[in-house]
Design a protein around this ligand. Structure first.
Ligand code: C2E
Ligand code: MG
Ligand code: MG
Ligand code: MG
Length: 277
């Protein structure tokens, strides 16, 4: 009886595992298929310089426009893509499309930097930096129009080979930004050795900025630290005017969030910039 129960348990466990693997394989194949069929789209979200009130940057955020399931959030497929390796072709498509949109933006008179997310898994291939530079140069995008958003964990755990890639790309004039700053290890020490250009304060610190004294203090300190180290600071997830005013008072350089504008498809983003929406 006990043996049978044990067997059943093992069976259940294996079955559960194989379900998970099956799902990953399925999503992996669907992503590759979706890439072939042009089902992915980049939305652009405005980033405003608080000193001038001008939109001088935007973040590219991928969406999967699925024929049956509709608009799928990156939160649902990026983590799977990272695990299966589908992130490599997907991430290359994202960079290629972002370069295309960067050129289109400038052709329509908008000199706006495009900020592109690069997850840790995207840095794994030995030649990732070379591949990305090739893609950027195949579009003749000026390097100073591109920003790569990375996470603290890449700087902390990536080792020398990942840092070499960052340094190579930075040497070519591509800017780097630390995304979700404050949620990772927050070992301030790495900022001295591996300088980046921007810090993006994570949304979770901004949400209760007016109500929570501790969050407010941390935000103030991060901004001061950025000023001291010569790193520009972007606040993520700004949803109202009071938050914007406070960030401006603290000397924050840029804001991004629904208060300014949601991520939009390219055509709507252009209309937004022209003040048509
Ligand atoms: P992230 O890079 O931190 O992007 C910011 C996320 O916050 C976006 O979610 C954006 O829509 C959302 N957001 C912006 N302003 C506000 C606000 O005021 N309030 C609230 N509640 N949310 C706001 P999204 O587009 O769903 O992306 C989620 C995450 O997926 C991103 O976080 C990033 O880690 C990942 N991701 C998105 N696009 C890409 C991509 O092209 N490549 C990679 N590797 N990852 C991506
Ligand atoms: Mg980001
Ligand atoms: Mg972020
Ligand atoms: Mg975030």
């Amino acid at each position: 009886e006990a043996k049978r129960a044990g067997k059943n348990r093992i069976f259940f466990f294996n079955d559960h595992l194989s379900q998970e693997v099956k799902r990953h394989v399925q999503v992996h194949n669907e992503i590759l298929d979706g890439l072939r069929k042009g089902q992915f789209e980049l939305y652009l979200q405005p980033i405003m310089a608080l000193s001038s009130g001008r939109v001088s940057k935007c973040e590219a955020l991928v969406r999967w426009v699925h024929p049956e399931r509709g608009l799928i959030s990156p939160v649902e497929f990026i983590p799977v893509a990272e695990q299966t390796g589908a992130i490599k072709p997907l991430g290359e498509w994202i960079l290629d499309e972002a370069c295309h949109l960067s050129n289109q933006l400038r052709e329509s008179g908008h000199s706006i930097q495009v900020s592109i997310n690069r997850s840790v898994a995207e840095f794994y291939p030995k030649d990732a930096d070379q591949r990305w530079l090739q893609i950027i140069d195949s579009h003749n995008v000026p390097h100073d129009m591109i920003v790569f958003e990375i996470t603290e964990s890449l700087l902390m755990d990536g080792g020398d080979s990942q840092l070499d890639k960052i340094n190579m790309l930075r040497g070519k004039g591509i800017a780097f930004s630390i995304d979700d700053f404050g949620t990772g290890y927050s070992a301030i020490n790495y900022l001295r050795h591996y300088p980046v250009d921007y810090l993006k304060i994570d949304r979770s610190f901004i949400t209760d900025l007016l109500e929570d004294e501790q969050d407010r203090t941390l935000v103030e300190v991060i901004i001061k630290m950025g000023q001291t180290l010569g790193i520009r600071v972007v606040a993520e997830g700004v949803e109202d005017q009071a938050q914007m005013d406070m960030l401006k008072e603290f000397g924050c350089d840029y804001i991004q969030g629904f208060y300014l504008g949601k991520p939009l498809p390219y055509d709507e983003f252009i209309a937004f910039l022209s003040g048509d929406s």
